[in-house]
Ligand binder design. Structure first.
Ligand code: C2E
Ligand code: CA
Ligand code: CA
Length: 666
């Protein structure tokens, strides 16, 4: 009995009229419109209008209306739910659980639930905010009120709790929260809250969303814990609690990647207890385990934060030293640790003793991969064990040789030193413009009664590894000084003497003093001496190299870089070390005439050397063509078979006496 216009708002009335007019013109129409009886709830109506015809004219309009309010609300809820599930799915499928994922869970929750803030509060007795997200930047939360809410949620039986307040005393006008359970235990609560009152009540779907998020946080926490348990199993040794081999390798790899520049290094110290088997056999395995735990403890306490201690298995421990100054520095640390390990242990009221052997390998000098560094440190450790045990040994390449032959060689070398089976050959260095011999290089040979003449490449590495090189080097400088003194007496005052030294000698603290002593003994001035070093020697310990070179130069000796071009020289390097001479490696000279790149390098080295005011010697000159090329390129000093092979002292003496010069043959 009422006009329908009273059910429609004015905007909808206009729309309603337009459809009604179309029906009056004979058209059927269907549309949605919202309507409400005065004071009643708003309804969504689905309206169909169709004309009522009489005699070809529209006599009226039928209207069929259906209340679709419930159906639509349900559809909207399904849409919303689908959207939420999509959001949550994205969070759930991120494989790594990080704090930023918890943060985005909180952020998503705020958006989905229409809240200002979200938080995860842990610990039901003394709750604390673990993480919190505030969608309003300036929002400053009241943690005390939040703690009260968290406690209430944690202690409540209902899984999801929500609350709306009208009281002025409560800072949060509405909140909603649930428990977070990880692996069956209560982890904390997830709560969303707001300082403004809500316009609509929470719906069932809001509860579902919250429960879903809590399940998500709970399961990711559980996964995270499982992962860290797995990590513990995978990366730690269960007996000592130390990092295991895998952990150590990972750390070493990282340390290597972190190394910047050529001055930084990483040392690996490989420890192995001496005769640990005896302890196991005599005291039993349980005691053996206790022993290992005590050793581990001591190592960890001693190394502290300066390195990483790991158990590689059995009675093997390793220490990673980040950035030792040099090999000697690492050796010092190793020796300290050995001393600490060998202090008495009290086991079941008895004093027990043990010693250990250490091998040291250093990145980047000894190896460039983590795997090789560890292998080399082990090799050095076996070497130390073999010697006597209870000592330290630094890796050198000759350690790779079969142990037996090496030990034999070492013995024979030692005997040769005692019997004086070494001799020196000299190879002239020629100034090509005048054909004068300006210097000689002393090259050591071993006159082995069994094998005949043995060349340095075949015994210097063993001499290095065994430490015999120091004594051999001392013999070389003494012998050479004696010869030079003779030649000087013959009037060859300007003849310079080149001697080679190897890495181990170079790092001997008093190299300069030892040299000086021998020179003085034969009355030879240090200014006649040229010391040949290689690029790699200086790189392994720049500070020490600078110091040694400075001492040698202070005495008046000159410094030559041997085998130049085969290492990692730079201009900067030559400047820093105040090098006097460069010896172009014979591999470049060998390329003259058929290797354009070698020729280019030679020219470049000569140009660079000239500009730095360096003396340049080409090594391994064998042909006239090579002499021509080098001469044209501006190289004035040469050395090689073309002029003379290395010869005995008396041959050199004859050459010097007869001519003082050495003319090129042909
Ligand atoms: P190096 O310092 O590069 O010495 C030059 C080497 O090249 C010598 O080999 C020499 O015989 C060889 N050589 C010279 N001219 C020619 C040539 O025209 N063609 C070819 N193919 N080779 C030529 P050697 O005597 O066998 O010495 C080998 C290395 O042993 C030396 O290389 C040096 O690094 C080391 N060495 C020699 N004597 C000593 C020493 O007293 N102490 C130390 N620590 N190392 C030494
Ligand atoms: Ca040399
Ligand atoms: Ca050389």
């Amino acid at each position: 009995g009422q006009n329908f216009r009273i059910f429609l708002s004015s905007a909808d009335l206009e729309r309603g009229w337009s459809f009604f007019r179309r029906a009056l013109e004979g058209e059927s129409v269907r549309y949605d419109i919202s309507a409400s009886a005065p004071g009643g709830p708003e309804l969504m109506l689905d309206v169909t209008l169709f004309p009522k015809m009489s005699h070809g004219n529209v006599g009226g309009v039928y209207a069929v209306m259906q209340d679709t309010t419930e159906r639509r609300r349900a559809a909207r809820r399904i849409d919303l739910q689908a959207q939420r599930v999509r959001d949550l799915y994205l969070l759930a499928t991120t494989s790594e659980y990080t704090s930023s994922h918890v943060m985005s869970t909180l952020q998503t929750g705020c958006r989905l639930l229409g809240m200002e803030s979200g938080a995860i509060v842990t610990g039901s007795e003394t709750p604390a905010v673990e993480m919190r997200f505030d969608s309003l930047e300036l929002f400053s939360g009241d943690d005390a009120a939040l703690m009260e809410i968290a406690k209430e949620i944690a202690s409540h039986r209902d899984p999801v709790l929500s609350h709306a307040s009208t009281s002025d005393n409560e800072p949060y006008k509405n909140w909603m929260g649930t428990k977070v359970v990880a692996n069956g235990t209560l982890y904390g609560v997830l709560v969303f809250f707001s300082t403004v009152a809500r316009t609509a009540d929470f719906e069932e779907i809001d509860h579902d969303t919250l429960a879903l998020m809590a399940a998500l946080v709970g399961s990711t926490l559980e996964r995270q814990r499982a992962r860290s348990n797995l990590r513990t199993l995978a990366y730690y040794d269960s007996l000592t609690g130390l990092p295991n081999r895998l952990y150590f390798q990972d750390s070493l790899r990282e340390a290597i990647m972190d190394v910047h520049g050529q001055t930084q290094r990483v040392a690996v110290l490989s420890f192995d207890l001496d005769r640990f088997k005896d302890i196991n056999d005599s005291l039993g395995h349980a005691m053996g385990d206790r022993f290992l735990q005590m050793v581990a403890r001591r190592l960890v306490d001693a190394v502290g934060s300066s390195g990483l201690v790991a158990r590689m298995g059995g009675d093997e421990f390793t220490v990673l030293l980040a950035d030792p100054r040099d090999a000697a520095d690492a050796e010092r640390v190793a020796a300290d640790l050995l001393a600490i390990i060998s202090r008495p242990y009290i086991l079941e009221g008895f004093e027990q003793f043990i010693s250990a052997s250490v091998g040291i390998s250093i990145f980047p000098e000894d190896a460039r991969s983590d795997e090789a560094i560890i292998r080399h440190a082990d090799m050095a450790m076996y070497h130390a064990k073999e010697r006597s045990g209870g000592c330290t040994s630094v890796y050198v390449p000759s350690m790779e040789e079969p142990v037996r032959t090496r030990i034999q060689q070492e013995k024979r070398l030692r005997r040769a030193l005692e019997r004086g089976d070494f001799l020196l050959n000299y190879q002239p260095i020629v100034e090509t413009s005048s054909s004068r011999i300006v210097g000689v290089e002393a090259l050591v040979r071993w006159n082995d009664p069994q094998r005949g003449i043995v060349y340095p490449d075949d015994f210097i590495p063993v001499a290095e590894a065994s430490g015999l090189i120091t004594e051999i080097g001392e013999w070389v400088i003494a012998e050479a000084a004696a010869h030079l003194s003779d030649w000087r007496k013959m009037g060859m005052d300007n003849l310079s003497l080149s001697v080679n030294i190897s890495a181990r000698q170079f790092f001997h603290a008093d190299l300069a003093e030892r040299f000086l002593r021998q020179l003085n003994r034969y009355g030879v001035p240090a200014t006649a001496l040229e010391v040949e070093i290689t690029e790699s020697m200086t790189l392994s310990n720049v500070a020490h190299a600078i110091e040694t070179i400075r001492k040698l130069k202070l005495l008046g000796a000159r410094i030559a870089v041997d085998d130049f071009g085969t290492g990692h020289s730079s201009l900067n390097y030559l400047r820093r070390f105040e090098v006097d001479t460069i010896k172009i490696d014979r591999s470049f000279v060998a390329g003259i005439g058929h290797q354009l790149s070698d020729e280019t390098i030679i020219k470049a080295v000569l140009a660079m050397g000239r500009s730095l005011g360096l003396c340049i010697i080409a090594e391994g000159v064998e042909t006239a063509d090579q002499v021509d090329f080098l001469t044209n390129a501006g190289c004035e000093r040469m050395q090689g078979y073309y002029f003379s092979r290395p010869v005995q002292a008396d041959v050199i003496e004859r050459l010097l006496r007869e001519r003082g010069t050495l003319r090129a043959p042909g």
